[in-house]
Write a protein that binds this ligand. Structure first.
Ligand SMILES: [Zn+2]
Length: 418
């Protein structure tokens, strides 16, 4: 059955804005210029490439504003990432997760707002600033939708609620490793998810402005082969090629994907050998899997593990894997949350279609920890992870209004709210 048929009414209710909600919406509209300037500022702070200085500056700028709203803030140190995932980086910065929490006794529910500070863009590349199109409707810039725009509107939404005297219980988490798999911050997010009633992640809307209500899961793996080196000319037959064995493993794993079932496996990059005249004694392949549900994740895990050999085999094959982003299936609690967001959008004169996506995000982690989460409540745009990343600038005000009123309604619980 379709989403619409299954639930007759969202959690809340009013298809019209209350007077106070209308005030909040007007307050945000009056801040349109500030939203754009804040976006310009944050896009120009290059938080890609695990750039510590920029990540710290961004965290500080947003953190101060949340503290001014009365939030208590603490940092959760980052956990270690599995060695095999780190490649050759040794002086790797392990970013902490900042948790800013504002409790106000007057309301019933706690809303967790999750944002990530990092982008995928090279901090030293030529894609650095926000550049606005001549018609003023769109702009391009690194991280403008993924997710500087989302962070900017979320902080502004909370400020507008405060300015209008609307009480809300919220916690805002900001990690800085979402784009690289949330290895350092996963436990911090899980711990917060368990203390909250509703989750909101600030990923950009899907291309048509849709809310993602279902996501696949994702994982990383590495196939490591150990062979025996030998001089190609003098002792070729004594060698055991790790590269040849790796190639066999790659061929075997190329049979695993069944995209029509939501079972995907990709291999690359690969690495092996040091010189053409030496039989290679080591070879590596890194890869990514996507899965529609846990059963498919388990299937992939079994198939990958079956590539392994006994520890004393020659060549020896080992598989390292970390399927750390569980699938985010459509569940009734999240559907209700999505319908509540739609009710707010419609009260604001907006539309909010629903869709599925093959992308993954921290919403997967939060929902898997038991927190109903909608994770595409950031701004609208496209070209994510490319130099064409763009934002629909009208979405700054619209999505900020949607967020603010949704947070207020969720926080107020079922008790008629504002
Ligand atoms: Zn993102």
């Amino acid at each position: 059955m379709g989403l619409e048929g299954r639930f007759e009414r969202p959690i809340h209710w009013s298809v019209q804005l209350t007077e106070l909600e209308q005030r909040v919406a007007r307050e945000i509209e009056s801040r349109a210029h500030d939203l754009l300037e804040d976006l310009r500022l944050h896009v120009s702070i290059p938080t890609g490439g695990n750039n510590q200085q920029a990540i710290e500056e961004t965290r500080e700028r947003f953190g101060i504003r949340l503290q001014e709203l009365g939030a208590k803030t603490h940092m959760v140190p980052g956990d270690a990432k599995p060695e095999w995932l780190q490649g050759d980086q040794h002086d790797y910065y392990t970013p902490p997760t900042v948790v800013s929490e504002r409790l106000c006794g007057a309301t019933e529910n706690r809303v967790l707002i999750a944002g990530h500070l990092d982008t995928v863009h090279d901090p030293e590349g030529d894609f650095q600033d926000l550049s606005i199109a001549p018609d003023g409707k769109t702009a391009v810039g690194p991280g403008c939708v993924d997710m500087k725009g989302g962070l900017v509107i979320a902080v502004a939404a909370l400020e507008a609620l405060e300015a209008c005297g609307v009480a809300a219980n919220w916690t805002f988490t900001m990690n800085a490793d979402e784009e690289t798999g949330t290895y350092h911050s996963e436990q911090a997010l899980i711990d917060e998810a368990r203390k909250h009633d509703y989750g909101i992640a600030l990923e950009p809307a899907l291309p048509g402005g849709e809310l993602a209500i279902e996501r696949v899961g994702s994982g990383q793996f590495m196939i490591e082969v150990e062979g025996r080196s030998a001089h190609v000319g003098r002792a070729f037959t004594e060698g055991v090629s790790a590269v040849v064995r790796l190639a066999e493993c790659i061929q075997a794993s190329a049979q695993f994907p069944e995209p029509e079932r939501g079972k995907i496996l990709n291999i690359g990059p690969i690495k092996g050998g040091v010189a053409t005249n030496a039989v290679p004694d080591s070879a590596f392949a890194w890869g990514n899997v996507r899965f529609a549900d846990q059963a498919i994740a388990d299937e992939l895990a079994v198939q990958l593990d079956a590539l392994q050999t006994a520890p004393d085999a020659m060549p020896r094959v080992r598989v390292h894997r970390s399927f750390n982003r569980p699938a985010k299936p459509q569940i009734p609690e999240t559907e209700r949350l999505a319908l509540s967001a739609r009710a707010v959008a419609e009260a604001l004169g907006q539309t909010l279609p629903f869709a599925k996506t093959g992308g993954v995000c921290d919403g997967n982690v939060l929902q898997n920890a038991g927190l109903p989460t909608i994770d595409t409540l950031g701004v609208r745009g496209g070209g994510l992870h490319t130099k064409d990343e763009w934002i629909d600038l009208t979405s700054l005000v619209e999505r900020c209004q949607l967020l603010a009123i949704l947070i207020a309604r969720l926080s107020a619980g079922g008790s008629a709210a504002l």
